[in-house]
Design a protein around this ligand. Structure first.
Ligand code: PMP
Length: 393
């Protein structure tokens, strides 16, 4: 049943349909777009394109209505009833996280306060907090950015160690929903249990929104930040959803110019498409592809599938991976593997993955999938990597 459902959806992606021999396996970097999203953008730009809130003529009011409707669409996608939240459109997750730091958090910190942040996740979810610390220090306000503890066995945040870093001065916690290298679900709902009801939690959901159901009620977080281009919409647009009960409304004071209207329209259309396709089924499909890949790779003696800490052995119990699997070969360099795969028409990412605290020596091959990928594409990766077993020295 799922296979028929997937075949139909795959056919809705023009770039995939036009390139039957190619396997696009780099969706954690950016996703492909279904025709419905492209049509929505063309429809807007060829029907009633105007600026937002800037005129009283029909195109201006309908563009404003489209953007307001998209805000409600984001709320709905977050499982939020809209009574106590705000949605701001930004250029993507990087700008969104920085906006939360600069536009919301900066004025709410005092000397001696502490922030907990992930030091092993994407740079975009660490730099804004470190830069804020440095900017405040220049004004004589010293705050500490404390690393979120990680459990080396599971790759998850370490909830047992977390109470030892939470103090009466903890004012804010930044976490990631799905890790962009390891594909691990970081179980953020447990962070709330430890930090208590009053500390705002900001979720980097760049790798989860549009890939699986995301519910702010279940996660009990205060900010959700994500990028349109990673959820089947256009690049250059993203959103910050904010709950307001734990603080005043989040608004982009300084930078509220013309938003990326076409991008916002694409995001609303992508949420509609994802709802129709069914996010729970999409998650089931992509995690099954990851199981197929990790199972195959685990059988190859020279290959190590990375867990959140590199100490995870290839034969350790396979973690559930959310659309992303990263591995390294003990004898073949990851960039060479990337080139060999590219030669076979297989597009993966082989580098150091913007992971905070890592450099170019930490290259690894990342395979990441969305609903348009197939088991046959995974088998092609496995065939190439197993051939490479004979390469190297
Ligand atoms: N957070 C995570 C977990 C990511 O994977 C990415 C993109 N790789 C970002 C933040 C930044 O997203 P963007 O480049 O769209 O700003």
């Amino acid at each position: 049943r799922l296979a028929d459902w997937q075949r139909g959806l795959r056919a809705e992606f023009p770039i995939i349909a036009k390139n039957p021999g190619l396997a696009y396996l780099d969706s954690a970097a950016t996703t492909q777009k279904p025709a419905a999203v492209l049509d929505a953008v063309t429809g807007f730009l060829t029907t009633d394109n105007a600026n937002v809130g800037r005129g009283s003529y029909p195109w201006a009011t309908s563009t404003t209505a489209r953007i307001d409707a998209a805000r409600d669409r984001v709320r709905c996608a977050m499982g939020d009833d809209g009574t106590d939240s705000s949605v701001e459109f930004v250029s993507g997750a990087s700008q969104g996280l920085r906006a939360v730091a600069e536009e919301w958090l900066a004025d709410r910190l005092a000397d001696g306060d502490e922030i907990i942040a992930p030091f092993g996740d994407h740079q975009a979810n660490l730099r804004p907090w470190l830069d804020l610390r440095d900017r405040l220090a220049a004004r004589g306000v010293r705050i500490a950015v404390v690393p979120m503890p990680v459990d080396p066995a599971s790759g998850d945040y370490d909830h047992r160690a977390l109470p030892s870093v939470v103090t009466s001065r903890t004012r804010f916690v930044a976490v990631t929903h799905v890790h962009h290298v390891f594909g691990a679900d970081m179980n953020v709902h447990r962070v709330r249990e430890v930090v208590g009801p009053d500390v705002p939690i900001c979720l980097d959901a760049a790798q989860s929104v549009g890939h699986r159901p995301v519910s702010v009620a279940d996660l009990d977080v205060d900010f959700v930040v994500f990028s349109g281009h990673k959820m089947l919409a256009l690049p250059g647009v993203g959103a910050v959803w904010a709950r307001n009960s734990r603080g005043p409304r989040f608004t982009l004071g300084g930078w509220a110019g013309t938003p990326n209207t076409a991008g916002v329209v694409s995001m609303a259309a992508a949420f509609d498409w994802l709802d129709r396709a069914g996010l729970a089924d999409i998650q089931a499909w992509t995690t099954a592809l990851c199981v197929r890949l990790t199972d195959g790779l685990s059988r190859m003696p020279g290959v190590r599938v990375l867990g959140c800490q590199d100490s995870l052995a290839a034969d350790s119990p396979v973690q559930r991976r959310e659309g992303i699997v990263t591995f390294r070969h003990t004898r073949v360099r990851s960039d060479d593997l990337g080139f060999v795969l590219a030669d076979e028409g297989i597009m993966v990412r082989a580098d150091s993955h913007c992971q905070a605290g890592r450099d170019a020596r930490d290259r690894a091959v990342r395979v990441s999938v969305h609903v348009y990928n197939t088991p046959e594409e995974i088998d092609r990766v496995l065939a190439v990597v197993s051939r490479c077993e004979g390469m190297g020295s």
